[in-house]
Design a protein around this ligand. Structure first.
Ligand code: ACO
Length: 427
């Protein structure tokens, strides 16, 4: 028996059962109830998994009370300041940051893998032009499974890692194609002379070279400030332990389905407003409020139990003090105010909401603080990224997290098919 344990006593039978308590390196311990049903004939009930650890993980650690987030042990603030997004990808996949040579080789490989099969281009062209880029992205990533079917039978490290690098490299291309399709404008192929983040902005904005020349001041120019800002946003989104979309990816992985199908399911899960879709909703909400004078009216609606209205970009299942990613972005927002000409009106409304909510008892007593999405929207807006592309930006950043978690799931001998039970109350 483990040193610490929890005893469960069934009052109807008077029988007692003991369950070991397992300690992690950090964070709450867990009660190992794997034999609970076999022992007692009962299930545990935990909708939304608020008290349930679904796996053991070594990738990301969050302390929601302290507002702490670490990838492979390194605080997010350090990574956002000192490392590129691709270095962070390497860290999440390999457990340590790359040295210079490794970073260069990784970067080069990602650049070369950024092209997609022409069949995928045709697939994207077949979607209605009004299609949301998230629908196109999820479908085209699922379709990738048919172009790289071999990844279904992988059982060695090199295969896992190739699968990971391939999807990380192709996601920005698919996202940019999805966007350009929605505008009915020609796709721009990746340019391997550009870095990961620059290339994405380029594929979103450039004119086809053969038709139009790039002028030095033209719209299609990408500034270093913009590249750095977006790179930081990717880093902040790279992983977030067992969130809803990652849980979806692990759930699909548990059935033995192709990894790209699992990632596609993660993209679908991320789309919702309670998750990654919130960044799009934040800007929509700020625009709907429209004037700083109207903020109190909407705060009152958010507090009204009979009104379904919620303040988008507020609250988090895990962070109950502050979201450390939001702190980094708030700082970035302040730095970029002048350089990127952040929308003054939207900023004013956002600031007013933030100030009222941070002092209002409704929000304070429920630990509702601005989350990452509250700040990312205004920055993405200033980067001239259209609103429907906000959640695809989240997808680009999060793909490495999903894939790292997929690999971890596959390697864990304790992994099992995800198959929860229920409390049946029907006829
Ligand atoms: N505005 C107003 N009230 C809120 C908000 C909000 N944004 N968020 C939570 N509440 C209230 C709830 O009504 C509830 O009140 P009650 O206790 O009186 O019933 C209480 O706060 C707790 O809320 P829950 O929904 O139970 O909290 P949960 O942990 O399940 O949900 C979630 C977290 C989904 C993020 C929620 O806060 C929300 O909907 N926020 C707005 C959407 C958003 O910003 N999503 C992005 C999340 S971050 C990310 O995915 C990157």
């Amino acid at each position: 028996m483990a040193k610490k344990s929890m005893t469960f006593t069934d009052n109807t039978t008077g029988k007692s059962y003991e369950y070991p308590v397992l300690d992690g390196t950090r964070g709450p311990s867990v009660v190992d109830i794997r034999t609970f049903y076999k022992d007692t004939g009962m299930f545990t009930y935990d909708p939304g998994f608020t008290s349930t650890a679904s796996c053991e993980s070594k990738i990301t650690f969050i302390d929601g009370g302290k507002g702490e987030l670490r990838y492979r042990g390194i605080p997010i603030e350090e990574l956002a300041k000192n490392n590129t997004y691709l270095e962070v990808c390497y860290l999440l996949l390999n457990g340590r940051l790359p040295d210079r040579q490794e970073a260069e080789a990784f970067d080069l490989e990602i650049r070369h893998r950024s092209f997609v099969h022409e069949g995928l281009k045709n697939l994207i062209e077949s979607f209605p032009s009004a299609a949301h880029p998230m629908a196109i992205l999820s479908s085209s990533v699922s379709a990738l499974a048919s172009f790289y079917y071999e990844h279904l039978d992988i059982n060695n490290e090199a295969e896992y890692q190739e699968m990971a690098r391939r999807i990380i490299a192709k996601i920005p291309t698919l996202a940019a194609f999805a966007y350009r399709h929605s505008l009915g404008i020609p796709f721009i192929y990746p340019d391997i002379s550009r870095s990961f983040t620059e290339n994405f902005l380029y594929m979103m904005r450039a004119y086809p070279h053969e038709r139009m020349k790039i002028t030095p001041e033209g719209e299609q120019q990408v500034s270093q400030v913009e590249i750095d800002a977006l790179d930081t946003i990717f880093t902040l989104h790279a992983d977030h332990e067992q969130n809803a979309s990652t849980t979806t990816v692990r759930g699909v992985a548990s059935t033995g389905a192709h990894p790209y199908v699992a990632i596609s399911a993660g993209i679908s899960a991320l789309w919702g407003r309670a998750h990654g879709g919130a960044n799009e909703s934040v800007i929509a909400q700020l625009e709907m409020i429209g004037d700083v004078k109207k903020v109190p009216e909407y705060i009152a609606r958010a507090k009204d139990k009979n009104d379904p209205f919620r303040l988008m970009g507020f609250g988090h299942r895990v962070y109950k003090n502050f979201d450390p990613r939001a702190k980094v972005l708030k700082k970035l927002q302040d730095q970029l105010k002048e350089e990127l000409h952040l929308d003054a009106k939207l900023l004013e409304i956002a600031h007013e909401i933030e100030q009222i909510a941070l002092h209002d008892d409704y929000f304070v007593s429920r630990n509702l603080y601005p989350n990452i999405d509250f700040y990312s929207g205004v920055i993405l807006y200033a980067l001239k990224i259209p609103r429907p592309m906000f959640t695809p930006i989240f997808v680009i950043g999060r793909t490495v997290g999903w894939v790292a978690q997929w690999i971890e799931f596959k390697k864990d001998p304790a992994s099992k098919i995800a198959r929860p039970r229920q409390l049946y109350t029907g006829a």
